[in-house]
Structures are given as C-alpha cells and as structure tokens.
Design a protein around this ligand. Structure first.
Ligand code: PA5
Length: 411
C-alpha cells in the first residue's frame, strides 16, 4: 500500500475549528453528486463500455490520441508508468506544433489507425484542430464520412458539446466523461482507461488500486494522518513556502510529475493563492535541480516518491581496479537508486528542507491507481484549506476566450 511520512522539523498543531471545518467540507465534497472523481473506481458501467469499444477496435495497429491538458496528461502518465506490451503504436497529439505533428503523423498508417478524440467540452480549439487534420488525412486516403465510425472514437461529456453531436451525426462510438468529473480528475474514466487497455495494461487493477486507497483513507488513523499532511502543507504555504516539488525516483514516473503539475497548479492556483508545482525525477534531477532544492530559497515542499522494488535489475559487478567502479561492484542498479534516494533524503533534512517521503511497493497498475487517487484527494483537501474551488479554472477559460477573439479578428 502507498504510504507517506513527513520528514521535516516543521510541526503543526492544527487549529481544531479550521481543521474540523475543512475536513467536514472535504467529506461533503467527495461524497456530493456534483463531484464524481472519488467514486470512479465503483463505476462499473464506465469500464464495461470502455472494454466493449476496445474489443471492437483491438485489431488496430496505431492509436492516435488527440487531447490536451487533462484529456492527455493522465493517459500519457499511465502508459509511461505501466508500459506498452501490446505492440500497438501510440501517437499523442497533445499540442498544436505543426513540426511536431508532422513528425508524429509520418509514423502512422491512417487506414490502420484508431483516432481517439478526447475533450470534455468538445470545443477545445487545439483538439478540434488536431481532429480536423486527421479528418483531412482520412478523406485524402479515400475514406468517406460514412466510414468515419470505423476510425474514430470520441470521449466527451455524456450530453453536451459538439463531439457528442458529431458522434450522433456520424454514428461514431462515444465514451462518457461523467458530467461531474473535470478534465484533470478524469484519468480513471475512459480518458485513461481506453489507452490503457490498448497498451495491454490491466485497467481494472488501476481502479482496484484507487479503491484500495479510497478505503485506506477512510481508516480513522490513516485519514487523520492524511488530513494532517494537507494541513501541514497549508501551514507552510501560509509561511511563504509556496512551491511543491514532485520528484519520483523512477524514470517511468516522470510523466506522473507532469500529470501532478497540472492537477496541483490548475486546481489550487487561483484568487492569488496557490502552490507552484515543480516537476522533477530522481536520480537524474540530482544532477540538475537538486542544488537549488538543497541550498536555494527555503520555499519548497519536496514530495519524493520511492519505488521499493523495481521489476528488473542489473548487477554492477565488475573487475575493474578504479575506485569508482570497485565501490559499486557488490551492488545492483536498484541498490544504487536506493542509496541516491536515502542520501538525498538525509541531506535535505539536514539542510532544514521540508520533505514528504511517499513509498509504493512497486510500479504495478494498482499502485499507480493509488498514486492517482491519493494526489487527487490531497489536492481537494488542500483546496478546502486554502478556501479555493479546486474544480474550476477561470484563468484557463479567460485565455481560451481571448484566443477565440483573436481568431475572429483575424478571419
Ligand atoms: O482540467 C481541465 O479541465 C483542463 O485542463 C482540460 O482538461 C483542458 O482544458 C482540455 O479541455 P477539454 O477536455 O474540454 O478539451
């Protein structure tokens, strides 16, 4: 089971009234019908529908995923963490850089592709642009509109939006992002589950892991530790410690940091409050950002994730006489990772830095599910304490509005 420990000299005695109010409000939020992310592991219908679509299209060789923000970061994170054993080639169209897109599209055979268009709103310009380019490719390849149902699957709001309308018009299969689940909280919906199935990942194990952490957090002792963690983060925030480093000691969790960045930034950064997330991964960033984390401004909380057991390993045994080789010879690569992790943890503590040590037994689907729901719950609880709404993103909407205005003015 995922566990965590605060490694810091900063102790808090939560103000009981503020604390109790925030906890009550959090409990109300996660069980309310308006907010759906917490109960996704129990939504059997979503996984059943996703599996049906997978069964229908599993012969496809290319999986072209079009989406941005919460509609892309979650699936990319799952595939990076859990791998792709299926032989299907994945292409993520998550931006509107024409040169990058060109490189990506050169790799695919459009006739053997499934194009998965993911947009909760169904109107995001970047996603619509990607989709319109793929439509042109299909038409150029001689595929007619009435055949689009054999190439496209949509993932969108169950009722609203243009993708939903198009799905009816073209008879294209459309999976649901429940109305009460926002983009950055949507990885446990078909947004992440369909790509996971195509990659050969046991999608149900991800959901089971999420369910495990859900139950775990309901245990009174664990729940109290979880609320204390959120309160500790908020207390440090109030003392000017406004940055959060997410640093798993795993290359495969590098995209988890990227996913967390969006979750933390877009959920908590509003009303002139917020915690700036910094993505990192160990041991690589020990040779890059760690100098700053260790001796720079004391304005950061570092969340270090330890993976206890790697699935593979390499002995470092060698017969070389040079000191640096000899020193490693009786160890394995994963033991070196452990040494780097422990060394950094100790040094950070000695330097008076604030660390949260998170630990997962290994990188299997269930533990990735736990990491996902844990981060989502923590985000919501910190949001309650900061008194911001973690589920809206008015700042993003404003940018979208002006971009549309620019397009109108230049048409
Ligand atoms: O978390 C969010 O709501 C956003 O980051 C969205 O995921 C992003 O803006 C894309 O929106 P949509 O899924 O509507 O295309």
């Amino acid at each position: 089971m995922l566990n965590w420990n605060i490694r810091s000299s900063h102790k808090v005695q939560p103000d009981s009234k503020v604390f109790e109010e925030a906890v009550a409000s959090y409990q109300k939020t996660i069980s309310s019908d308006e907010i759906g992310f917490f109960r996704l592991p129990q939504n059997q219908e979503l996984i059943a529908e996703t599996k049906k679509v997978f069964e229908h299209f599993k012969h496809k060789r290319y999986f072209v995923h079009i989406g941005i923000g919460g509609s892309a970061l979650g699936p990319e994170m799952l595939l990076s963490a859990l791998g792709d054993s299926s032989g299907v080639e994945f292409i993520f169209i998550n931006n509107i850089d024409p040169d990058d897109l060109c490189r990506k599209l050169e790799k695919i055979n459009i006739k053997e592709s499934l194009i998965y268009v993911v947009s909760k709103s169904g109107t995001t310009a970047e996603t619509v642009a990607g989709m319109s380019i793929l439509i042109s490719m299909l038409l150029e390849a001689g595929i007619k509109e009435e055949e689009f149902k054999d190439y496209f699957v949509f993932c969108t709001d169950p009722v609203k939006g243009e993708l939903r309308k198009l799905s009816k018009q073209w008879d294209v299969r459309a999976l649901d992002i429940p109305s009460n689940v926002g983009g950055r909280f949507s990885v446990l919906t078909p947004v992440g589950l369909l790509p996971a199935l195509f990659a050969g990942i046991e999608a149900e194990d991800i959901l089971e892991g999420a369910e495990d952490i859900q139950k775990h957090l309901q245990d009174p002792k664990i729940g109290a530790e979880f609320f204390n963690l959120a309160f500790w983060i908020k207390d440090l925030h109030d003392q000017g410690i406004h940055q959060t480093v997410m640093m798993p000691y795993s290359s495969l969790l590098k995209e988890y940091s990227a996913w967390f960045v969006q979750l933390w930034a877009e959920s908590l950064g509003k009303e002139e409050k917020g915690l700036t997330p910094i993505p990192a991964y160990g041991a690589t960033d020990q040779h890059s950002q760690m100098q700053l984390f260790m001796e720079g401004p004391k304005d950061k909380v570092l969340m270090l994730i330890e993976v206890e057991k790697f699935q593979r390993d390499f002995p470092l045994k060698n017969n070389l006489e040079c000191e640096s080789f000899k020193n490693l010879s009786s160890f394995s690569l994963s033991q070196l990772m452990k040494a780097e992790f422990e060394g950094t943890l100790t040094a950070l503590k000695e330097n008076g830095r604030h660390v949260v040590h998170l630990k997962v037994p290994c990188l299997q689907a269930e533990y990735v599910g736990q990491l996902v729901l844990f981060a989502e719950c923590l985000t919501v609880m910190v949001g309650e304490l900061l008194k911001v709404d973690p589920f809206n993103q008015p700042g993003v909407e404003a940018g979208k509005k002006y971009a549309n205005q620019w397009l109108k003015n230049h048409s």
